[in-house]
Every structure is written in C-alpha cells, then in structure tokens.
Design a protein around this ligand. Sequence first.
Ligand SMILES: Nc1ncnc2c1ncn2[C@@H]1O[C@H](COP(=O)(O)OP(=O)(O)OP(=O)(O)O)[C@@H](O)[C@H]1O
Ligand SMILES: [Mg+2]
Length: 271
Amino acid sequence: MIKTIPVINNKGGVGKTTTTVSLAAGLGKVGNQVLVVDLDSQGSASFALGLDRDDLDPSTADVLFEEKHPSEVIQSTATENVDILTGSLRLADMGTVLSSVEGREKRLARALSTIEGQYDAILIDCAPSTSLLTVNALVAADAFVIPVSPSYLSLEGVVSLGEVVKNVRMSLGEAAPVLGVLLTMVQRDDEETRAIIEEVRHHYGGKVFDTEVQYDPALEEAPTRGASVFDYAPDSQGAVQYREVVGEMLDRMERYGSVYSTVREKKSERT
Ligand SMILES: Nc1ncnc2c1ncn2[C@@H]1O[C@H](COP(=O)(O)OP(=O)(O)OP(=O)(O)O)[C@@H](O)[C@H]1O
Ligand SMILES: [Mg+2]
C-alpha cells in the first residue's frame, strides 16, 4: 500500500502547499482518513486548514526533536477526515538541533511507523529546500508527488530535485518512486507555457498526471479562509480539477501499491 506521500519540489511557490491541502481534503471527502504533516516552518498548510498561530504548538518539531508520540501532537481540523501535525518556526532549527544525532534523517519515518494503520494517506507538505526536513520526508515516503508550475525556473527545480532524490537513493540504498508530476497554476493561453508543458510531459512521460490544474483565484482565496477549495468553492474550476487529480491519485496508489510493497518492506527494515 502506498500511504506516505510527500509533496515536494525544492523550488518555492510552485503549488506544494495548495496541492497538499487540496489532495488531503479531496481524499478526505471520499472517505479516507488523512493526516497532513506540515514540514514547513512557515506553517502554511496548517493555516490553510484553518489553524491559528496559537494552535501551532505542539508541532511536528516536538515529534522530530523530542520524539514525542505523534498521537500526542496530532490535531483535528475543520476539514472532513483530515488531521494535522502542524508546522512551526522551530522546524527551521532541525539541522542544528540534531546535527550530530545518529539516525536523524529517519526521525519522521520512525514516528509515522508508530501510527501505522490509523490513516489511509499521509500527505507531507515540504519546504522549498533540500534541508534535513526534506530528507526526512524522502526517507518516510512510499511515493511522492511533484507539483510543477510550468515556468522555466520550476522546470529547473524538477531537474535538480532529481539530483536530490538520486543522492538520497545513494545514501540509503533506494528511494520511493514518483507517484505523479502535477502541472499547476497553468495558463494555457500562453504559448511559452504550452511549450514548457510539452517539455515536462516529454521529460516525465506517463508520470505526469493527465489533469492539469489551471490558474484559479479560488485556489488562492481558499487558504485565506482556512478552508480547502472543496469547502470554499466546491464548483470552482480548481475544485473540479483537484477532484480529478484525487481520482488519478487513488488509481495510481492502488495500481502501484503492490509493485512497490517491496520498497515498504525495505523501508521498515531500515527504520
Ligand atoms: N492553481 C492555482 N491558481 C491560483 N493560485 C494558486 C494556484 N496554486 C497555488 N496558488 C497560489 O500561489 C501561491 C503559491 O502556492 P503555494 O503556497 O501552494 O506554493 P508552495 O510551493 O507551497 O510555496 P512555498 O515554496 O513558498 O512553500 C499561493 O498564494 C497559492 O494560493
Ligand atoms: Mg508551501
């Protein structure tokens, strides 16, 4: 089974948080129990799911730094079937706090293994960096989703992300597969954008989700109301398209699940 899915791209502003929150809410809407892990010190996913600044403690940092049991830290959200491990400013210190601690890159994987079976999906919102936090997400991953906004810069981001994944693979033996590359914030009326989309589809082939998420103001407004796009604007284009991505995702989680079960077995040996 594919369960733990970081949403990752080392470029900023490509739609990672929007994708994490929307996919989590969409999976929750169709009856899955979902946990969002906010691994960004900005706490954007936590805010987007309606939490206030005062709600950010305890946070994922307590789980990673002090090895608190996740069940003591997990909070529920107003979004149906979606719980959260919040982000907080302290996360930014992980590299320093754990700089000489052995197994520091496996802290998240270990913590999540203690709540095995409680969730159908665990989506991890990553910060735009290749920090120890991101390495923890990669180590915990069963598969990951890469959002790409079709600008030249974020295409470069995808290529350098490939390097990060390769490094993790080399240091840990193997790494989880790409569940899907998602084209986000697409403005199809722009010729250059269309050329880049073609390049991404060429580069990643069948890994790219068929559905493209277009630029939609509803997706920008929803997080400011602390609600997913499905609750804020259920009939918007953004809601329709993310619903389609959820469908594709569930299909892939099921289809790839058995193929990648060996990855999971190896992972549990590691942690
Ligand atoms: N499809 C979309 N249409 C319109 N606005 C969008 C769309 N997707 C994301 N946005 C907006 O674009 C901005 C960046 O998106 P988001 O925060 O999801 O990116 P990110 O990759 O998580 O950024 P960071 O790297 O800073 O964490 C946000 O203001 C978000 O609301
Ligand atoms: Mg973000």
